[in-house]
Design a protein around this ligand. Structure first.
Ligand code: PHE
Length: 376
């Protein structure tokens, strides 16, 4: 049997294929498992040795020719597609640049950059964790067992399905699970354990919504694990951070006993402010000064404490050897206090007028030397 006709037809159809999809269809038609040429190859088995000696090389040559044609056509179509793409993506360098800068850095991003800069100067690295968490990392490992009322207080968004290990899945309600993840990582990577110095900025979620609460907001977690760490280290760290962040030396902190399941003792940190009357006659709170002075007050700013022994153990470290402190603070809140916005919801409206007003220049990167809060 002569396959010249089959071959001519196949090669003509391959040459005429307009795109990679059509080519792939032809490959399947000829060379696929049920393909016509594959079918021919299968007939070899039933032939006599003499017949096979003649037909074998012919069929193999046919297959080879078709396969080569397919490869060649594929390469040609691909390079034509690339050429077309390159031609359509040329940049017209003669176009003028926009007269005004377009786009700004969101205050939340700006503040997170400022925080990273300030804490890097104190030797902290930036750590991250998943926003979709399991209830072990978000609650149990942080000493919030199943029956604990704090679970209900967190207004958690749960997913309908459990993970592979049978754990409830949720949107993390705080950045504290990154404490656990950081400790476990260190316990695994360096069996000697700590020290750890990290901040963990990121999104957190709670089913809550009004002028000061949005279902998604931002926190930054701080964690230090080392030997002989005390509340004094916590206070110094927070004071140094807040002075650098608010760019004033007269920031005064007040530590108040509080309760968090994952810290013991726990302290709520207040910052002193002065009531100053503005041009409109309304009085504003300006951070700085001792809140106990006349005309001053205290504003609650963040939660913190010494990491609970149970949490250090859940993180895979020996609590007799390692101690530490942790804190968690609202990033949106920090932005509002420094840059003067008063409605949290506007942060997430995506209104370009708000962004143009409160946003920052992408070229104005916060650095300690140039000032962490330079305005756009
Ligand atoms: N995770 C706590 C919250 O979301 C804040 C916190 C963090 C408190 C670390 C103490 C230590 O409210």
């Amino acid at each position: 049997m002569d396959h010249a006709a089959t071959r001519e037809e196949a090669l003509a159809r391959i040459a005429a294929a307009q795109d990679l999809g059509a080519l792939e269809a032809l490959r399947v038609e000829f060379l696929g498992k049920q393909g016509s040429i594959s079918g021919l190859l299968k007939t070899l088995g039933a032939m006599s040795p003499e017949e096979r000696q003649v037909a074998g090389p012919q069929i193999h040559a046919l297959r080879e020719a078709v396969s080569d044609a397919l490869t060649g056509a594929k390469a040609a179509l691909e390079s034509a597609a690339l050429e077309a793409q390159l031609a359509s993506e040329t940049v017209d360098l003669s176009l003028p640049a926009p007269e005004t800068q377009v786009g700004t850095v969101h205050p939340v991003s700006q503040v997170m950059d400022e925080l990273a800069e300030i804490f890097a100067d104190m030797g902290f690295a930036v750590a991250t964790g998943p926003e979709i968490e399991d209830d072990w990392h978000n609650f149990t490992a942080l000493n919030i067992p199943e029956s604990h009322p704090a679970r209900a207080m967190h207004d958690t968004f749960y997913f309908p399905d459990k993970d592979g290990e049978g754990r409830d899945m949720l949107l993390r309600t705080h950045t504290s699970p990154v404490q656990i993840r950081s400790m476990l990582q260190v316990a695994k990577d360096s069996p000697g354990g700590a020290p750890i110095r990290i901040i963990a900025p990121g999104r957190v979620y709670r089913s809550d919504s009004d002028a000061t609460h949005t279902p998604m907001f931002h926190q930054v977690e701080g964690l230090v694990i080392d030997k002989g760490i005390t509340l004094g280290h916590l206070k110094w760290t927070l004071e140094t951070f807040l002075k650098a962040y608010f760019e004033r030396e007269d920031i005064v902190l007040r530590l108040r006993p509080s309760y968090f399941p994952f810290t013991e003792p726990s302290v709520e940190v207040d910052v002193g402010f002065a009531l100053v009357s503005g041009p409109d006659g309304k009085s504003r709170r300006v951070l700085g000064g001792n809140g106990d002075e006349p005309g001053h007050g205290w504003m609650e700013l963040l939660g913190s404490g010494m990491v609970n022994r149970k949490v250090i153990a859940a993180g895979g470290l020996d609590p007799d050897e390692w101690q530490g402190f942790a804190f968690g603070v609202g990033v949106d809140r920090l932005a509002m206090l420094k840059y003067g916005m008063d409605d949290l919801r506007a942060f997430f409206d995506g209104d370009v007028r708000w962004l143009a007003h409160y946003g920052f220049s992408p070229l104005d990167v916060p650095t300690l030397s140039a000032g962490v809060g330079a305005r756009a």
